[in-house]
Write a protein that binds this ligand. Structure first.
Ligand code: COA
Length: 323
């Protein structure tokens, strides 16, 4: 029997600086009322200069390892999902590897926008199942404040910075059959690349690279695709909505989160919401939400947790995990 991936620990890091809607409205033509009504966002965190993607990812990873009772020696691989790496290379994952004092194994960055953490979980789970690694850090770390267009009020109010991480540990299937990553399902549709993208890259002289989004179209696809991904996860495991203990959704918009909760017939208290305080932290949003709800004791060992996310690409996916 191939090993299973147990979610052994989780951690998060948020920058020190909190920026409320009111503070943003001093420089952007917007209002607290508009932002809250359309998105549920009340504030976000913006990184200081030293709070790089590598720094925040390292801090989140340290907490995940500590919560798992693991050390740097237990880490075989680091997969770091980000759209805002500090450098084109080395990979942010390897800056984290060095900072943690991990001296073996391998690491790489993964680019799948807001679905990056779900993609990372999927890749890590595959590596553990096939015996390529026994301990894998999956990190989402983002500094979206670097790529926001402050002249575009339709997007710059929606995002924030932060990092989240989980440590996956291989366990023999016979050890505890009920726990671990039960399944992941990841998808992409490149033909929808122009509804949410960054208009530049390293080495493109006239393009600093700012986020561009056609919000209504993204909204429409998000509700449909995420619902499909959730149904797919349940069907693959022979489970129903009633089996789910917790939904930990991507935190982009409270209206999308509410729609998903309704589709799953989950009471609001079973849906983890951080978008009001974190805004959309892209690949960091799911592990940050997980870290919060696991850390404060809401999510308990043995609970069945459904994770889902959608982002630019389009990319989307779901993961079903028994803690
Ligand atoms: N403050 C005040 N007014 C704003 C504003 C802001 N920050 N941003 C846009 N507006 C205005 C627009 O100019 C427009 O005004 P008009 O009617 O006079 O032209 C009006 O509000 C409506 O704009 P629109 O963009 O159509 O709003 P919307 O209802 O579609 O809401 C989003 C915008 C972004 C909140 C919504 O489309 C959304 O949540 N989309 C999905 C986003 C998402 O999840 N992205 C991440 C996926 S990873």
């Amino acid at each position: 029997m191939s090993p299973r991936s147990i979610l052994a620990g989780c951690g998060g890091y948020l920058p020190e600086r909190v920026v409320s809607n009111e503070e943003l409205a001093k420089t952007v033509d917007t209002s607290d009322a508009w932002i809250q009504e359309r998105t549920g966002i009340k504030q976000r965190y913006f990184a200081a200069k030293h709070e790089t993607a590598a720094f925040m990812g390292t801090e989140a990873a340290r907490i995940a390892l500590a919560n798992a009772g693991a050390t740097a020696d237990d880490v075989d691989a680091i997969i770091l999902a980000t759209s805002t790496p500090d450098q084109a290379f080395p990979a942010t994952a390897l800056r984290v590897q060095a900072a943690l004092g991990v001296t073996k194994g391998f690491g790489f960055d993964l680019s799948a926008a807001c679905a990056g953490f779900i993609y990372g979980l999927s890749v890590a789970d595959g590596m553990i199942r096939c015996g390529q690694a026994r301990g894998v850090l999956v990190i989402g770390s983002e500094v979206y404040s670097r790529i926001l267009n402050w002249q575009d009020r339709g997007t710059c109010v929606l995002f924030g910075d932060g990092a989240g991480a989980v440590f996956l540990r291989a366990a023999r299937s016979t050890d505890d059959d009920r726990r671990g990553v039960l399944s992941t399902h990841i998808h992409a549709q490149g033909t929808l690349g122009d509804i949410l993208y960054v208009d530049g890259a390293v080495g493109q002289p006239d393009k600093p690279g700012h986020l561009v989004m056609h919000g209504r179209e993204v909204f429409r696809h998000a509700v449909t695709r995420l619902a499909e991904a959730v149904e797919e996860a349940l069907a693959a495991n022979g489970l129903t909505h009633a089996d789910i203990d917790w939904l930990v959704p991507h935190q982009a918009n409270k209206r999308i989160i509410d729609a998903m909760g309704k589709k799953l017939h989950l009471p609001p208290e079973r849906v983890v919401v951080t978008v009001d305080r974190h805004a959309n932290t892209s690949a960091a949003s799911v592990p940050l939400a997980m870290a919060e709800a696991w850390g404060d004791g809401r999510i308990q060992q043995g609970d069945l947790v459904l994770l889902e996310a959608l982002g630019g690409g389009l990319t989307w996916g779901s993961a079903l995990v028994r803690l």
